[in-house]
Design a protein. Structure first.
Length: 148
């Protein structure tokens, strides 16, 4: 066998190995949860109720019964109908494993250009609990307290 054929076979083998390892690459759960939090923040700013509720489990519990998944979606729907604007700036997100679930802690600053949210504007400390549902991570519980 010529040297050129040996080199070609080795390159082919390395290429197949590289393809095999990239095909098995899996995004870490912590990164998926951070992406879901970013998606929820963008949905909030765009007043997109479907995108926000898509990040929440069907049995979502916000602040110990204060808000359900449906309540969160309805709040954004009302804001959209009224022509409100809402901005959410997320601070650094800390994601920690808790068994087969995760907890994310961060701050969020809410600002608005409308009248629907004035009492709720400010800086909040947020804790969100996440669990896997199928292939996706969904927030099933959240608590928040206004800092300022």
């Amino acid at each position: 066998m010529s040297n050129m054929k040996k080199v070609y076979r080795i390159l082919c083998l390395l290429g197949l190995l590289a393809l095999g390892t990239t095909g098995c690459h899996r995004t870490p759960d912590e990164a998926l949860i951070r992406q879901a939090i970013d998606t929820a923040a963008q949905a909030t700013e765009q007043l997109d109720a479907s995108a926000l509720t898509g990040q929440l489990s069907d049995d979502f519990d916000g602040n110990n019964g204060l808000m359900t998944r449906q309540d969160a979606g309805n709040l954004l729907r009302v804001a959209r109908l009224r022509g409100e604007t809402l901005h959410a700036v997320i601070g650094p997100v800390d994601v920690s494993p808790r068994g087969d679930r995760y907890v994310a802690d961060f701050t969020v600053t809410l600002t608005s250009g409308g009248k629907l949210f004035p009492a709720q504007l400010g800086v909040y400390k947020v804790e969100m609990a996440w669990r896997r549902e199928g292939h996706d991570w969904r927030c099933y519980e959240a608590s928040w307290t206004q800092s300022l």
